[in-house]
Unconditional design. Structure first.
Ligand SMILES: C[S@@+](CC[C@H](N)C(=O)[O-])C[C@H]1O[C@@H](n2cnc3c(N)ncnc32)[C@H](O)[C@@H]1O
Length: 211
């Protein structure tokens, strides 16, 4: 993940998708079965989790959506440099994408890691995770689909716990807190790495959609 030199757009082309309805998922993963699990990551930043997950699960399909174009290009460069075939990336707003661009009941897992905290109270409305956002995520999930969440901001975690308590048809669990790392980039995401190197605790939940 240390490659800072962005590849030219022509080289990244196959990995990047325009913001459009993802109706025909088969055609965006030409090498992978249409029955393969589909995992979505919102706000993937530099893409450490997407790259590692895609390498570990080559027969799953990964779709990332990130609002900052510079991070989309950074992550796309990592994907192309590693020859990864099962990742596609979109530059755009995950809330809009979730609400209008993805079919219902097609996603196996939605990953939400270290969303921007928007500390000031008057800015809380800019937070990615809202009741409406979670409801839209549940709509795109298959039955038994999962949301996986992590943050180092306890107040954000508590806010999401409040939102989860208002959802029905779901089961929440608390994944293992933190494991030891084997090397300098052996973290879930770049933001997890930053937080853990500073000794901060990480707060996580998983949520399963029942039907
Ligand atoms: C704190 S960073 C975390 C990045 C990454 N998940 C990690 O853990 O390293 C939050 C990321 O969410 C992205 N983001 C914020 N709002 C977004 C939105 N509405 N749609 C998509 N991405 C968004 C930001 O650009 C940023 O890359």
């Amino acid at each position: 993940m240390r490659n800072r030199t962005k590849l030219p757009l022509e080289a990244l082309g196959p990995v990047l998708l325009p913001m459009q309805p993802v109706g025909i998922l088969a055609s965006i993963y030409p090498d992978i079965s249409t029955d393969a699990p589909l995992e979505l990551e919102v706000g993937f930043g530099k893409g450490l989790h997407l790259v590692n997950a895609a390498l570990q699960n080559p027969s799953s399909r990964y779709l990332g959506i990130e609002i900052e174009r510079k991070y989309v290009f950074f992550a796309a460069t990592s994907v192309v440099n590693r020859g990864i075939k099962n990742v596609r990336l979109i530059a755009g707003d995950a809330s809009l994408f979730m609400a209008t661009h993805i079919p219902k009941g097609v996603v196996d897992v939605v990953h939400i890691y270290f969303p921007d905290p928007w500390w000031k109270k008057r800015h809380h409305k800019r937070r990615l995770v809202t009741q409406g956002f979670l409801e839209n995520v549940l709509l795109v999930l298959k039955p038994e689909g999962m949301i996986r969440f992590a943050t180092d901001v306890e107040a954000y975690y508590q806010m999401t716990e409040e939102l989860l308590s208002q959802l029905s048809g779901v089961v929440r669990s608390n994944p293992e807190s933190t494991s030891s790392v084997a090397h300098d980039m052996d973290y879930l995401t770049h933001f997890e790495r930053k937080a853990r190197l500073k000794g901060k605790p990480i707060f996580r939940w998983d949520l399963k959609k029942l039907v």
